[in-house]
Design a protein around this ligand. Structure first.
Ligand code: CS2
Length: 509
């Protein structure tokens, strides 16, 4: 096996890599992370291949090259430039790997390093879609109210400095303004993040941003949005872990080239979109994308059954020493808790889209979570819980409480989150919990320091800080239950708390 340093770097000269030469940029994508590169980029490659073959809708596919914009770190754009804008997607199934090189990017750069260029790219007349995967944390909204965080210093700066926006919402608004003032061509804004009604949510935030501008500017931008811009909602689904050296070595060993930014992904992939594009779109259906009028049902299903249960698996796993999701879910008490929260607490709150069999969906999820080869880390899924959990827990929790049932496993999710992110003095949640990143970490640590007990901490964070929204903040029984389960975690560990939630659940079910 050759040393990696002796191998050539991945480039278009590499046999079998798709040539992106000849592609023209039609999409500006904000958030050049692994998810986009293993999801939208792969569907776009399929669309380009189909339209080159001449068979599919969306001929003229060569106009859908993607300009990838990373937020702060130059690592991915730099590495992509060093390898001719290419990278490898490594599909990891238990039975082996499959490699592909999407080769759909026509450029890549970092927004922080070149903010004017973001505005210019969105403003360019050839750009017809601006898509986003900026995570729940990137939308600059107040999780308390769902509205734009107008007091956020970054938003305030973007309102006063038209040329150099730093937030995705500011970048989009400024890019749209530039279109309105020059050619006036229509464009689609496409959110691909795990947020309920992500299209409407994004539209509202961009409009709220417009509302902060001087009156004439606001009126001009709002009129342009109303006439020329659409914000379809989408449901995106593919488990995409962070890249590690393991994948870099795998690519070198198996393909004989150096790729510094390969992307590992599970074989499963799903994309459901509303068919509301203001200026055309690639033939993504060629890659299996589904255009549907039931996107919000798909999204609820995914955000609750998949993401909600995923959170519980991540927090319980991290607390019991599991580095990865498969290591966590193979522990019997954790699998039982995951099954119960999914079936008895999340599932009653969703309506299956036409043709979706929820039993099969559940089984598929457990198969996907058990994919040990993928190495998806509990600390990755557990990060940003202060934003994610609010998308996942409140609606089903309130529905259960209103029906007179205590959702013990949703309370357990909140308790396990608190145990990981707001450990009370004397409790060590372990390395996987410490590795979780969360914008609320500082506030949570402070709350933990001031709390005299688990009950007190749950009251502060859920009741006073509204971690799970205003409505749940008023539900004392839920908060009390969260405190009790947190006590069990602290005294006897996460599996014991899962068992205790199970006993109470069966007692009341
Ligand atoms: C996970 C998601 O990190 C998380 O919160 O639940 O990233 C999940 O892996 C994807 O949404 C799967 O599509």
């Amino acid at each position: 096996m050759a040393e990696r340093s002796a191998l050539p770097r991945l480039s278009a000269a590499y046999d079998g890599a798709p040539r992106h030469g000849g592609l023209r940029p039609g999409i500006v994508h904000l958030g050049l992370g692994n998810f986009h590169r293993a999801h939208q980029a792969v569907y776009t490659r399929a669309a380009l291949d189909a339209s080159r073959a001449g068979g599919a809708v969306g001929a003229g596919g060569d106009e859908w090259g993607i300009v990838g914009v990373a937020n702060r770190s130059a690592a991915v754009p730099d590495a992509m430039h060093a390898q001719d804008l290419l990278y490898t997607v490594v599909e990891i199934a238990p039975e082996g790997q499959r490699f592909s090189v999407p080769g759909v990017h026509t450029d890549a750069f970092t927004a922080a390093g070149d903010p004017e260029r973001v505005v210019a790219s969105i403003g360019a007349s050839g750009t017809r879609i601006v898509s986003l995967t900026v995570t729940e944390n990137g939308y600059c909204y107040s999780p308390r109210t769902g509205h734009l965080a107008v007091d956020d210093p970054a938003i305030r700066r973007d309102v006063s400095d038209a040329a150099r926006p730093s937030t995705p919402i500011g970048q989009i608004a400024r890019g749209l303004q530039s279109r309105a003032r020059s050619h006036g061509e229509p464009i689609t804004v496409l959110s691909c993040d795990n947020l309920a009604d992500n299209g409407h949510h994004t539209e509202r935030l961009v409009r709220e941003f417009a509302g902060l501008l001087p009156e004439a500017e606001a009126a001009e931008l709002l009129a342009f949005i109303a006439d020329r811009v659409t914000f379809p909602s989408t449901m995106v689904d593919r488990i995409v872990p962070a890249t590690t050296d393991h994948y870099r070595r795998l690519v070198a060993d198996r393909l004989g080239y150096v790729d510094d930014v390969p992307v590992p992904a599970e074989p499963f992939s799903m994309w459901v979109l509303e068919e509301r594009f203001a200026a055309g779109r690639p033939a993504w259906e060629a890659g299996g994308a589904v255009f549907s009028d039931e996107v919000s049902r798909y999204e609820e299903l995914k955000v609750r059954l998949l993401n909600g249960t995923h959170s519980l698996i991540a927090y319980l796993g991290a607390l019991s020493g599991a580095a990865t999701i498969p290591e966590s879910v193979r522990q019997a008490p954790i699998e039982a808790a995951a099954r119960a929260v999914l079936r008895d607490e999340y599932r009653p709150s969703v309506t299956a889209p036409r043709g979706v069999d929820l039993d099969a969906y559940e089984e598929d999820l457990f198969t996907r979570w058990r994919n040990t080869a993928l190495g998806h880390r509990t600390s990755q899924v557990g990060s940003d819980g202060s934003l994610k959990l609010r998308q996942r827990i409140p609606v089903p929790a309130l529905a259960a409480l209103d029906a007179g049932r205590m959702p013990h496993f949703l309370a357990l999710t909140a308790a396990a989150y608190l145990a990981c992110l707001a450990p009370l003095p004397g409790f060590d949640p372990g390395p996987h919990a410490w590795a979780m990143v969360d914008p609320a970490r500082g506030a949570l640590a402070q709350a933990a320091e001031r709390s005299s007990s688990s009950a007190d901490l749950a009251r502060r964070v859920l009741g006073e800080q509204h971690l799970l929204g205003e409505e749940l903040a008023g539900r004392d029984a839920f908060i009390e239950r969260t405190g009790e389960l947190l006590d069990v975690i602290r005294a006897h560990g996460a599996p014991a708390a899962a068992a205790e939630a199970g006993a109470a659940h069966h007692h009341t079910a």
